[in-house]
Design a protein. Structure first.
Length: 183
């Protein structure tokens, strides 16, 4: 079964901070990490929209509606969160020019998993802020906690040309899939 054929539903709210609840697992060092392909995270509540990730893409629907639409097909901007009263965070729609990577780095393959021949994937979402910096990288689904840790460390070093709305930089949430495959 493809790990990412599962649906991850994100419900986001206008809150002063991101509050995200995920099932966790203690790794070999006793640290708590996001866990397991069977875990479907529970995430934040929004007064206006529900958001889910299907096949690595955002889908949205207005609260109370039964119809899900790909975010990329919607023509108006959708604010999915707001920090500090002014810092709006959008999902990328037709109204928003998406961020462009200026620097990316592949995650380091965890040595024990490489040695054992273990392969896997990580599906995560993160905010790219108005300056193009990565904020709040969050793992939604992972095949192994070690892959999650490596993926987060990698994306924290990424840089972007920010997304824009009407020519002005804006913060957006994007989906990132990391594949860990051996030759």
């Amino acid at each position: 079964m493809n790990l990412f054929s599962r649906r991850v539903i994100l419900t986001l709210a206008v809150l002063p901070v991101f509050i995200i609840l995920f099932p966790t697992h203690a790794n070999a060092q006793g640290q708590s990490t996001t866990c397991c392909a069977d875990s479907i995270p529970a995430v934040i509540v929004s007064p206006a929209y529900e958001i889910k990730i299907v096949d690595g893409k955002f889908q949205v629907r207005e609260r109370g509606s039964q119809e899900w639409k790909r975010a990329s097909e919607i023509t108006e901007p959708i604010v999915i969160n707001q920090l500090d009263g002014e810092h709006k965070i959008y999902v990328v729609t037709k109204a928003i020019r998406p961020p462009k990577p200026t620097h990316t780095q592949a995650p380091a393959y965890p040595p024990t998993l490489k040695k054992s021949g273990t392969q896997g994937q990580v599906l995560m979402h993160l905010e790219v802020d108005e300056q193009g910096a990565v904020r709040f990288p969050t793992v939604d689904v992972t095949s192994r906690p070690e892959f999650s840790e490596a993926s987060i460390k990698a994306v924290e070093k990424w840089g972007f040309k920010p997304a824009t709305l009407d020519g002005h930089p804006v913060a957006v949430v994007i989906v990132v899939t990391m594949n860990f495959k051996l030759p």
